[in-house]
Design a protein around this ligand. Structure first.
Ligand code: F3S
Length: 792
């Protein structure tokens, strides 16, 4: 007899997950309510209930504050809502594949589509699915069901996860043909589909088929019906006692498949029982030969058994609850099976390939749900890759990289993650490959890599270099201090590898090293480009008494000497330039050896006096700073190299004794340009004119004062004229009276004695030829003669 075990056997991923969640919670809190039977397997339910689980059939049976587990079939959103209203703590063990259907149905129903469901309308999973569309879903099984519907409706077809894949395909093609707008969602669980396919294949090559699973299990029933298509002798059993392989022959080939809710220990019991039957079989030519060779050779792909703990008994057991308990008398302990039939146990164990943490395997993708990838690794249960273990790049969406059926390399992170799942990592495999490829690069220390900042860690940043994580110390992030390292997360960063620890697979990288190398290269390049007489642009970096340092690129700072800053006299470069100012300069000299560059700024500026008459047209008002005061006026700087003069008479609106009475050095004054002489480099300014122009009220006041002065002067002049006339009259009168008076009479006293007239000879006049001498000259000469006479 040969036994052929199906590759996909035992609990499926979703069932295992639900059981492990239940067991875990029971261990922690001792009591747990489960809505409906956890799985379609009485033995498992009994075991769970012995641990403290209570199976209820409605939310109302659960007291407030208690924990309720939703089984893998899932429930309608309405049920969860009711739980929340009653204060029940909900633990959701809905299989991710079922959750995916719920999401599809909710979304498509919200989009106005009619939901068509291919499945049993009384199955708990379908009831939950229908609840996602307010129980408005239409169950379709036949062409008549579809024909009865309005073809203009927009529909979305989903299936029960455990539905028959072939039947779904037929319904899908009918729906497509009938409706104008139909969305077909293939939601048959890949595990179910794989088991059905395997059952179909096995049943074609086996003389007898054994289907292990509960009668209530939908997928077990489906498996049996698939097997019956090709095999006449199909035996559906829930446990080993139901097994009666009548007329079993020593040359029979028996295929064994199981439903998703059949525990492994049940499968072992059935196989052990078959082994016993085979021993007692009449006509068996070689004892045990059939089992030994049949089981090992016929299983095309070996069953993979876990080995997380070196505990054989634990590894062989499928339920953690039972692993921790002592085997009970009425329970089929694994050790008992092996003791009862060591030959079979050996044969069976030979078929098992153990997995361990860290092992690299190649599996195939069976499902991608919410970024988690479910992978068939040939193990009794599928493994899953959490999203963060798929790729070292968190932005990668697994669905964009792999699709169902794709082979994928994974590393076993945990044979059992505590919930009975095999935890896998694709990222680790990728990283290992990348590490190896990186290490093969002989120029690793010279090469510049394009990295991406990933996360801030203590003391620096983690970045990836070709998928390999590298640590960048904070001091190596830049040539300058980096204040916010988190700003580099998610950004590209060029890196040089500065340290490799192959043993610990660690890389230390530096961005600063790249910056330094780049700066050096730019510097060299820049030096080679510098040409005396050419113009370059730069930024003023530093100002000193003797000049300004200008960054002309490539890390080169040239010097503009203070004498080359401006055409005029400049006390300090800051009078003309400021730090950070972008300027164009002339390269005056380059000394590569000493690494010095002399620059000129003023050489590229127009000479100031050439444009002065245009910049300061006569009559315009300008502003400047008083820089120097002299007795005859004040010098005003209109710009660093151009000063104008305000004559003292033009300093104020009124006459002043000295300039300081009106303005001082440092004052900013507004003046009117009176004259510009670019050749003589002179500008005449008038502050007075500017004031009068800008303040007409002052001008008016002055005009009034002047008019008043004129009037007073006129009055005085008139008065003086009158007095003169009167005096003249008096003189005339006196003379005439003197003429009339007899000789010897004394003249009357007058107020003023008439000045004795002097004859011309009395003056010592110069000769006629000197008559062109000025009056002042004559006066001086007369004075000199008079003094001379006095001395004599
Ligand atoms: Fe889930 Fe598929 Fe099992 S839907 S519960 S993994 S059969």
């Amino acid at each position: 007899m040969r036994l052929i075990l199906a590759k996909n056997i035992g609990f499926c991923f979703g069932v295992r997950r639900a059981i492990d969640m239940a067991v875990d919670m029971l261990k922690r809190q001792g009591k747990l309510y489960i809505l409906g039977e956890l799985i379609h397997n009485k033995d498992v339910i009994e075991r769970i209930e012995r641990m403290g689980a209570l199976t209820v059939h409605s939310v109302e049976e659960v007291p407030c504050g208690q924990t309720l587990l939703i089984r893998s079939h899932g429930v309608a959103p309405e049920v969860v809502k009711r739980c929340q209203e009653r204060g029940i703590i909900v633990k959701n063990a809905t299989c991710p594949f079922v959750e995916k259907i719920h999401n599809i149905v909710s979304h498509q129903y919200a989009c106005g589509r009619t939901i068509l469901i291919y499945g049993k309308d009384d199955h708990p999973e379908c009831i939950g699915t229908n609840g996602c569309c307010n129980d408005q879903g239409v169950f379709v099984h036949t062409k008549a069901d579809i024909d009865a519907l309005d073809p203009t409706k927009r529909v979305c077809l989903v299936s029960q996860t455990t539905a028959d894949a072939e039947g779904f395909e037929k319904i899908a093609s009918l729906v497509k043909a009938h409706f104008v707008d139909a969305i077909i969602e293939k939601t048959v669980c890949p595990t179910t589909a794989a088991r059905q396919k395997e059952a179909e294949k096995l049943s074609q090559s086996c003389t007898k088929m054994v289907v292990i699973g509960d009668k209530n299990s939908s997928n077990t029933t489906k498996l049996a019906s698939v097997c019956k298509k090709y095999c006449k002798h199909v035996h559906s059993v829930a446990k080993e006692s139901e097994l009666s392989l009548e007329k079993i022959a020593y040359n029979d080939i028996i295929g064994i498949v199981s439903g998703a809710s059949a525990p492994d220990w049940k499968i072992r019991e059935v196989i052990t029982r078959m082994s016993e039957m085979e021993k007692t079989m009449a006509g068996n030519p070689v004892e045990n030969d059939g089992i030994e060779t049949g089981a090992a050779a016929a299983v095309e792909e070996p069953i993979v058994a876990e080995c997380d703990c070196k505990n054989e008994a634990k590894c062989a057991c499928e339920c953690n609850a039972e692993q921790t308990e002592e085997p009970k008398a009425d329970e089929p302990a694994e050790e008992k099976s092996e003791a009862a039939d060591p030959s079979f146990a050996e044969a069976f164990e030979k078929t098992l390939v153990r997995i361990r943490n860290g092992q690299i395997l190649t599996g195939s993708v069976v499902q991608i749900v919410d970024g988690e990838v479910c992978v068939n690794i040939g193990y009794k249960s599928d493994g899953f890759i959490p999203r963060n273990e798929f790729s070292s790049d968190a932005d990668v969406n697994p669905a964009d990289v792999v699709k169902i059926g794709d082979p994928i390399e994974v590393e076993v992170i945990k044979v059992n993650d505590g919930e009975g799942n095999v935890l896998l990592s694709h990222k680790n495999v990728e990283s290992k490959k990348m590490w190896d490829s990186l290490m093969q690069d002989e120029n690793i220390s010279d090469k510049v890599f394009e990295g991406i900042g990933k996360e801030v860690v203590k003391g620096g940043l983690i970045a990836t270099i070709e998928g390999v994580r590298a640590f960048i110390p904070a001091s190596q992030l830049s040539t300058k201090y980096v204040e916010k390292i988190e700003d580099l997360v998610g950004k590209p960063i060029t890196l040089k590898v500065i340290e490799v620890d192959k043993a610990r697979k660690r890389i230390v990288a530096s961005h600063k090293a790249v910056m330094v190398a780049e700066a050096e290269a730019a510097r060299k390049q820049r030096w080679s480009e510098l040409e005396v007489g050419s113009k370059v642009k730069g930024v003023v970096r530093r100002l000193t008494d003797f000049g300004a340092f200008v960054d002309i690129g490539g890390g080169i700072d040239g010097l503009v000497h203070v004498t080359d800053v401006a055409w005029g006299r400049v006390k300090h470069p800051k009078d003309v330039l400021s730090i950070g100012q972008e300027i164009e300069v002339l390269i005056r000299d380059v000394d590569v050896e000493k690494q010095r560059v002399s620059l000129g700024y003023k050489q590229l500026q127009p000479k100031p006096w050439t444009m002065a008459d245009q910049k300061y047209p006569i009559g315009s008002i300008v502003e400047g700073k008083v820089v120097r005061i002299v007795p005859f006026g004040a010098f005003v700087a209109l710009e660093p190299t151009i000063d104008g003069l305000i004559h003292i008479s033009q300093v104020g609106v009124k006459r002043i004794a000295k300039v300081e009475d009106e303005i001082n050095v440092g004052d900013v004054v507004r003046c009117k340009v009176l004259d510009v002489n670019t050749e003589a480099k002179r500008i005449s300014l008038s502050r007075r004119e500017a004031i009068l122009e800008e303040h007409p009220e002052i001008a008016e006041e002055l005009a009034q004062e002047k008019a008043e002065r004129v009037r007073i002067a006129a009055e005085r002049a008139a008065e003086r004229a009158a007095q003169d006339a009167q005096r003249q009259q008096e003189r005339e009168n006196r003379r005439s009276s003197e003429r009339r008076a007899p000789q010897g009479d004394k003249p009357e006293r007058s107020e003023r004695r008439e000045r004795p007239r002097r004859d011309e000879d009395a003056y010592d006049l110069p000769p006629v030829e000197q008559s062109t001498t000025s009056l002042a000259g004559l006066f001086a000469a007369a004075m000199a003669n008079a003094e001379k006479k006095d001395e004599e």
